[in-house]
Design a protein around this ligand. Structure first.
Ligand SMILES: [Zn+2]
Length: 286
């Protein structure tokens, strides 16, 4: 490592607050050949676009934090008003498949077709083409990077190969981490989980520790938050407190994944500390 990563505005660390605004779409994909009669989990997930997103938007407005929302096309079509509202509040809207299909489950043509359809719909709602993509379930075949570049997408936010942005061919990777994904703590649908969901204070403490570590090491904290999980009032309250604390630290740059990707392309990628890899080097060793 050759010196600290050059965060925007000379800050010590970075924070992206990202929402996977996917509601019931992961379940619609997973159970597409076997639709359940029971609406329990569907309704639990619909809480996100119906109510959770309102609580989340209020917390973001109160803290002045602008976030990135990764939205499957099907969700954008079904909850178009909510997506327009997110955009009007100044947040970034980016791609998350059409019906939350993991790209590794699709061929390259199918991936291109689903993303083109989603891109066109999101662009129709916001007036601008989305700049980035997050793979549903963080699954990513190496050749997906070529598909993203071919669609004019500048960044992906699905992999965990670094704790600062890096380049995969010409696509900026804004890395994620399971430890900063709320689903690991909160996902509880009453079916397969063997433990109750963690309390909001447990997650607050864990994520505060992530911020402290990032300030020490000069790295990125990229929160992955689901409105159907974290949109519940007690959880939003603690999330808001976390964002307030992050701002009070004063040395953390806070912005959207799209802004960070643009910064990386302009300034970060040429820094000696920056990593650059070919997508073909990511695959299984041969
Ligand atoms: Zn998702």
């Amino acid at each position: 490592m050759n010196g600290p990563y050059p965060w925007p505005e000379g800050r010590r660390a970075g924070l992206c607050v990202t929402f996977d605004f996917d509601g019931e779409s992961p379940m619609l994909w997973r159970r597409r050949d076997d639709p359940p009669h029971d609406v329990g989990e569907l309704e639990q997930r619909r809480y996100g676009p119906r109510r959770g997103v309102r609580h989340v938007l209020a917390a973001l407005e109160r803290t002045g934090v602008r976030a990135t929302f990764f939205v499957p096309g099907w969700i954008a079509g079904t909850y178009r008003g909510a997506v327009a509202e997110i955009h009007a509040a100044g947040h970034e809207i980016a791609l998350h498949g059409w019906l939350h299909e993991p790209p590794a489950a699709l061929g390259a043509d199918e991936l291109r077709t689903t993303l083109t359809r989603a891109r066109d719909l999101l662009g129709d709602i916001t007036g601008t083409a989305p700049a980035g993509y997050r793979s549903p379930s963080f699954s990513m075949p190496p050749d997906a990077f070529g598909t993203l570049a071919g669609l004019g997408l500048g960044y992906d936010s699905s992999l965990m190969g670094d704790d600062r942005p890096y380049l995969v061919d010409d696509v900026v990777e804004v890395p994620v981490d399971w430890a900063t994904d709320d689903a690991v703590y909160y996902r509880y649908t009453g079916h397969s989980e063997t433990r109750p969901p963690y309390g909001a204070s447990v997650l607050y403490d864990a994520w505060l520790g992530e911020l402290e570590g990032a300030r020490e090491a000069g790295t990125l904290v990229n929160l992955t938050v689901h409105p159907w999980l974290s949109g519940r009032p007690a959880r939003v309250l603690r999330l808001r407190e976390l964002l307030e604390t992050a701002k009070e630290f004063g040395d953390i740059w806070i912005g959207t994944a799209g802004e960070l990707a643009a910064h990386h392309r302009a300034a970060g990628a040429s820094h000696p500390a920056s990593r650059q890899v070919g997508a073909d080097s990511l695959g299984w060793p041969r």
